[in-house]
Design a protein around this ligand. Structure first.
Ligand code: ADP
Ligand code: MG
Length: 480
């Protein structure tokens, strides 16, 4: 397949649904919390009872505007809601309230390694309910499916990209950056596995150099970044094979099966006119004043790209900056530690080293440990003042995460403070020198690398507490 790949150019556009983290639904007062008893968050509005009226949740609009601004979009001064009609058991009303031709956000982009991936639009809509199918968890051996409408009416922002991506790597990078942005601005928790962020990938191929895009297939049901990449790769090969065999790719919706690692046809692609869109008569068009937009712009937190740049300006490598920003919990923690005046380099070494390793091992977030930014900052200050060595710091950080103790308390309790007193260190150095006459004569005979051996002996004697700089100086002095 590799050489055939060279003949074709791949075109990818992503449609991403982000569940907005509001307390209540987009048009109803019921809660949006995940994992509640089925059908307990279902007001008459959510159930689509006759005579009920939707009322727009202002917080949904706030989050829509904030996301649009973070994605470099224009926020038109007017948007409106439309009905998209279709029948499905998880949609009691028989239509979904969405936005068709006047969405809340238009014309944006995300910068991926210097390339702008266009964002055509982002529109608000309500989520549908969830079907639990026969034989699924809790329905083992059954021959029927059940409907849970808790999720129905949860606010979604559908973010539609331009067909600007040219590889699965690019699509993944776009998706990762988008997830990072919505998480940092606090509008979506970005959990692909739980479905709070869902991605449909549109993929087509065309002969290299062609200006005319091929027919696309839309792939649904990818619920991890690696599945997205696998699905795209599979789909590219499938389409190339069809075209090479003289066939034509048909426009359709396909499902990705991550177990069998293939896509299969789900349905022919419906066109917009199939949905009989028309303006939602129960909701007024929405006017968004420029003051409203500016008020939200002022609340914009630091975006991941700016954070990465700031960390690199502080002297972090690009790799370290990326890793920390990718793990939002670590980045927010790091920022708190910096605010307390800690030296960035030492803080990063702890965070990327012992702390990250512990979190990974325990499968937890930093907020699940007892380490506070104040305590890490204090530990770093102790190292900088020379009260303890970096090594001792590494030894006690684990206990700080587990018990929440202050570094100074642990140092006091276990007598770990660094010995910097020259007189005291000199005594020990002398003792080590006296106890190892053979090594001393070898050293004097030119085997200078034995210095490390002496340093090691002194450290052993002092349980790592002697100031290494002083030890080195004194050894050189005594050994001549
Ligand atoms: P629909 O809502 O019917 O899926 P849209 O016009 O909203 O259609 O486009 C959906 C997505 O498909 C967009 O992200 C767009 O970039 C992408 N897209 C459009 N044409 C192609 C193509 N030929 N190849 C790949 N992606 C495409
Ligand atoms: Mg679509």
């Amino acid at each position: 397949m590799e050489n055939l790949r060279d003949k074709y150019e791949v075109v990818i556009g992503l449609e991403v649904h982000a569940q907005l983290k509001t307390k209540s639904k987009i048009f109803a007062p019921d809660g949006t919390e995940f994992g509640k008893e089925p059908n307990t968050q279902t007001s008459p509005i959510t159930l689509g009872m006759p005579g009920v009226l939707p009322v727009l949740n202002k917080e949904v609009v706030n989050m829509g505007i904030l996301t649009g601004l973070a994605l470099n979009c224009e926020i038109p001064s007017r948007c409106k809601f439309d009905r998209k009609q279709y029948f499905y058991p998880d949609l009691p009303k028989g239509y979904q309230i969405s936005q068709y031709d006047e969405p809340i956000c238009v014309n944006g982009y995300i910068d991926i390694n210097g390339k702008k991936i266009g964002i055509t639009r982002a529109h608000l809509e309500e989520d549908a309910g969830k079907l639990v199918h026969a034989g699924a968890d809790g329905l083992a051996g059954s021959s029927y499916s059940l409907v849970d409408l808790n999720r129905a009416g949860t606010p979604l922002l559908e973010i539609v990209s331009e067909p600007d991506m040219r590889s699965s790597d690019e699509a993944r990078a776009y998706m990762e950056e988008l997830r990072s942005i919505v998480r940092y601005i606090g509008v979506c928790d970005g959990n692909l596995e739980e479905g709070s962020m869902r991605c449909d990938a549109n993929i087509s191929i065309m002969p290299k150099g062609s200006k005319e895009f091929g027919t696309r297939a839309e792939i649904k049901n990818v619920n991890s970044f690696s599945a997205l990449q696998r699905a795209i790769e599979y789909e590219i090969d499938r389409q190339i094979e069809i075209v090479e065999d003289g066939g034509k790719v048909v426009q359709e919706t396909r499902l990705w099966d991550d177990n069998s690692r293939e896509t299969r046809s789900m349905r022919g692609k419906e066109d917009a006119h199939d949905y009989r869109y028309f303006p939602e008569p129960d909701l007024m068009p929405l006017e968004i004043s420029r003051e409203w937009v500016e008020e939200i712009r002022r609340k914009m937190p630091e975006l991941p790209s700016a954070k990465r740049k700031r960390y690199m300006d502080l002297g972090l490598s690009e790799y370290d900056a990326n890793v920390i920003v990718e793990q939002m919990g670590l980045a927010l923690f790091f920022d708190e530690v910096l605010k307390l005046g800690a030296t960035p380099k030492i803080a990063v070494n702890f965070i990327m080293g012992e702390i990250a390793a512990y979190l990974k091992e325990e499968h937890i977030e930093i907020t699940n440990t007892k380490l506070t930014p104040e305590n890490l900052a204090e530990l770093i200050a102790l190292i900088e003042k020379g009260t303890i060595s970096n090594n001792i710091g590494k030894q006690i950080i684990l206990d700080m995460m587990k018990d929440g103790k202050k570094a100074s308390a642990i140092v006091e309790e276990r007598g770990l403070s660094q010995i910097s007193d020259e007189g005291a260190i000199k005594e020990i150095v002398q003792k080590v020198v006296d106890a190892n006459p053979e090594q001393v004569s070898a050293y004097k005979g030119g085997k200078v690398q034995l210095l490390g051996f002496f340093v090691g002996q002194v450290m052993k004697e002092t349980k790592g507490r002697a100031n290494p700089k002083t030890v080195n100086e004194l050894l050189k002095e005594i050994l001549g």
